[in-house]
Ligand binder design. Structure first.
Ligand SMILES: NC(=O)c1ccc[n+]([C@@H]2O[C@H](COP(=O)([O-])OP(=O)(O)OC[C@H]3O[C@@H](n4cnc5c(N)ncnc54)[C@H](O)[C@@H]3O)[C@@H](O)[C@H]2O)c1
Length: 370
């Protein structure tokens, strides 16, 4: 079907489901949106929903199923634990609500497909948050690739080395679990980096990966992983990620082409062609406050406003379900490859192998902030 959608005339009335850490950034973005407004804060913990309602002048609700039944709600923003994204999206679509879900959109490819199908069948718009595609540096990098400025891409490397302490996991009832988070550093943190790599490199063909739990006492999801991604173009990308580095170091992505190369370091791009290097700095808006920790990037508000513009115009959102599925599928293929000890070809064929039950090593406490 095309993109004929139910189009709200006034600002889109949003229910924010899950009022935890990232939801603060969503609420602040909605408070400044020209396209949408926060109408309802929903959290299973009443004190969280009420605190959001008091701060943002909206209503509070503890039952997300009641929220999607309301006729005065046009859309939901899903900021809940990963395993809830698929059932909440599908139910919201069935109730005619547009959906913007946080990454990863799901924990299985079949769930992602069901989400995409539900949105199409019910004529609602589905978007997936990958805000870093909106960064000025990412856009400049993509333009340098698309214009042919750096030539044919030969290869890429990407590093993410952040710090997530044992306390980060022990303070959460879902992080660090295979069933609720769906993995560790790959599916939660490195997925953003992978999304940028695949968005710049084009369709992936196969993945070979390993992961381990090396430096956390109380989780058995991956806290370190490495992967080689082979693309349909013939180029390969290498990824290394861990979440036990002493601090949240700047994410590094480099693409090498036949005519030049691109480096994106956090939110700055260096584009080198011949002897010339162009630096693309982030554009800062003095009227916009910094939202969330710096390592999340500052582009949530751009994606959120853009998503609701596409809802109101009835057009395809910049990062729709199909786009949102790509990095998720790569991550799941990496887990599958590590469990098989072999390359995995895309698209990923289910069923996924379950993670091995691991006996955790006890290591001395480390220095490092969350
Ligand atoms: N894009 C980014 O840069 C970014 C950054 C951080 C987190 N995230 C994503 O945001 C999502 C949430 O992460 P977080 O760190 O904010 O988690 P969190 O644990 O801080 O918040 C989750 C909230 O969901 C609520 N919740 C759980 N079950 C619920 C239910 N059945 N109904 C209603 N509410 C429910 C919890 O009470 C909690 O308040 C995840 O998908 C995560 O990957 C994205």
């Amino acid at each position: 079907m095309g993109w004929e959608r139910s189009v709200p005339v006034d600002k889109v009335r949003v229910a924010l489901i899950g009022c935890g850490r990232v939801a603060r950034v969503h609420a602040a973005a909605l408070a400044r949106s020209s396209e949408a407004t926060l109408a309802l804060a929903v959290d299973i913990r009443p004190e969280r929903a009420e605190a959001f309602a008091a701060q943002y002048g909206c209503q509070a609700e503890t039952d997300w199923e009641k929220a999607i039944n309301r006729s005065d709600i046009d859309a939901v923003e899903i900021c809940t634990p990963h395993y809830l994204h698929a059932p909440m999206t599908i139910a919201a679509a069935e109730h005619g609500k547009h959906i913007l879900t946080e990454k990863p959109m799901a924990l299985r490819p079949s769930d992602a497909d069901a989400m995409i199908r539900a949105a199409k069948e019910h004529g609602v718009t589905l978007g997936v948050i990958f805000q870093n595609r909106y960064n000025t540096a990412s856009q400049a990098a993509r333009q340098a690739v698309d214009s042919g400025e750096i030539g044919e891409i030969r290869g890429a490397r990407a590093f993410l080395t952040w710090n997530r302490s044992d306390e980060y996991y022990s303070h959460s009832d879902w992080k660090g679990t295979w069933d609720k988070e769906g993995g560790g550093v790959l599916i939660d943190q490195a997925i953003h980096t992978l999304d940028l790599v695949q968005w710049l490199m084009g369709p992936a063909e196969s993945v070979t990966a390993t992961y381990d739990t090396r430096n956390h006492d109380m989780i058995n999801v991956d806290d370190v992983a490495e992967a080689t991604i082979r693309f349909q173009s013939g180029a390969t990308a290498s990824l290394y990620a861990n979440c036990y580095y002493p601090y949240d170091a700047d994410v590094f992505v480099e693409l090498v082409g036949t005519k030049g190369m691109i480096r994106v370091i956090k939110d700055v791009a260096q584009i080198k062609v011949g002897n010339e290097t162009r630096i693309v700095d982030p554009v800062t808006d003095p009227d916009q406050p910094t939202l969330g920790p710096g390592y999340w990037g500052q582009s949530h508000r751009l994606q959120i406003n853009d998503f609701y513009r596409s809802v109101r115009e009835g057009t395809r959102p910049y990062i729709d379900g199909e786009e949102g599925k790509k990095a998720m599928e790569l991550v799941l293929a990496m887990y599958q490859s590590a469990r098989l000890g072999a390359p995995v070809t895309l698209p990923l064929v289910e069923p996924l192998l379950p993670p091995e039950a691991k006996k955790l090593k006890r290591v001395p406490a480390r220095v490092g902030a969350e």
